[in-house]
Design a protein around this ligand. Structure first.
Ligand code: HEC
Ligand code: HEC
Length: 258
């Protein structure tokens, strides 16, 4: 009896409050303030990008962007588009307000201009015969061999990891676009010691790369195709193969009927 009175009181109180209160529900005062007037590159970078691409553009979980090689082959238009729309099915968010993000188009432009102003260095890459940042997938069967020659001594001949981590892990592949794989092969990881397409890291040719020519566009596309061929439909779910499960269940029921 008491409980039902208590419940009615709660119901009445909730209807007076307009039913808009729930524990933990953010109020107007809790909403983040979107700073649309900031134009300083370092502030915008720190607020919006550094958590993933690293403070000062390096040493983050996502690829370094403070990289003259990357900035010499990426166009400002492409980078602007990525920031505005994000990259579907990955952790790269859409930043433009039109897309539900926190940045004005002017701020996107300020970040892009700032990246080039502070981090590009065309003189550092002028001797190199640069591959294209974007291209279609190549042939996985050719990529397998090229991978073993160029990448196996760090990532393992089959890609499952060695000195450096696995690059064929289905969960990793589910979170990375083909473009991210291609960017990694071309630019390496300037912050983590992975050499670029020409075998250089930190200005030095990697010892295992002497005698090997730089990777060309076709070889890069082939390696991306081979890595991408390891994608699976339901990554991170090592459920048993249901066909064998079903046959073992029917075996079990046959045994029971005997
Ligand atoms: C929550 C993490 C996160 C934040 C925050 C973030 N990024 Fe990214 N970004 C990523 C990931 C992950 C990728 C790779 C996506 C893929 O697989 O293609 C990426 C990709 C990119 C690329 C394309 C790289 C390529 O391979 O060509 C650019 C350019 C970029 N981000 C710029 C930015 C800028 C500028 C900001 C800040 C305004 C930012 N990102 C904020 C995670 C993030
Ligand atoms: C000298 C060692 C070395 C070689 C050679 C090398 N890598 Fe890496 N690679 C690394 C390291 C270190 C990382 C950072 C993550 C880790 O430790 O696994 C990395 C990261 C990556 C990533 C993830 C990129 C990211 O942004 O997180 C991919 C994809 C990759 N390598 C592919 C390749 C491919 C393909 C080749 C051959 C063309 C190659 N690597 C050659 C050392 C190497």
């Amino acid at each position: 009896m008491r409980t039902s009175i208590a419940i009615s009181l709660i119901v009445i109180a909730a209807s007076i409050a307009g039913c808009d209160w729930m524990p933990g529900k953010p109020t107007e005062a809790d909403k983040p303030v979107i700073q649309t007037t900031i134009s300083n590159f370092h502030t915008l970078w720190t607020v919006h990008c550094s958590g993933c691409h690293g403070a000062d553009g390096r040493w983050g979980p996502a690829r370094p962007l403070n990289d003259p090689l990357y900035l010499s082959i990426a166009s400002k238009d492409y980078v602007t588009e990525v920031i505005i729309k994000g990259v579907d099915h990955t952790l790269m968010p859409a930043f433009a307000m039109d897309e539900g993000g926190p940045m004005t188009n002017q701020q996107v432009k300020d970040v892009v201009d700032g990246m080039w102003e502070h981090w590009s260095n065309d003189a550092a890459v002028k001797e190199l015969d640069l591959p294209k940042l974007a291209a279609d997938l190549g042939k996985a069967s050719r990529g397998k061999e090229t991978f073993a020659t160029y990448c196996g001594h760090c990532h393992g001949q089959d890609g499952n990891g060695g000195k450096a981590g696995s690059v064929v892990n289905p969960t990793f592949l589910a979170l990375s676009s083909d473009q991210a794989l291609r960017s990694a092969i071309i630019c390496g990881r300037i912050d983590l010691g992975m050499p670029n397409y020409a075998g250089y890291s930190g200005g030095h040719l990697h010892s295992k790369r002497s005698g090997l020519p730089p990777l060309n566009d076709r070889q890069i596309s082939d390696i991306v195709a081979w890595l991408a061929s390891h994608r699976m439909e339901y990554p991170g779910q090592p459920y048993p193969d249901t066909t064998t499960l079903e046959s073992s269940l029917s075996d079990a029921s046959t045994n029971m009927n005997q």
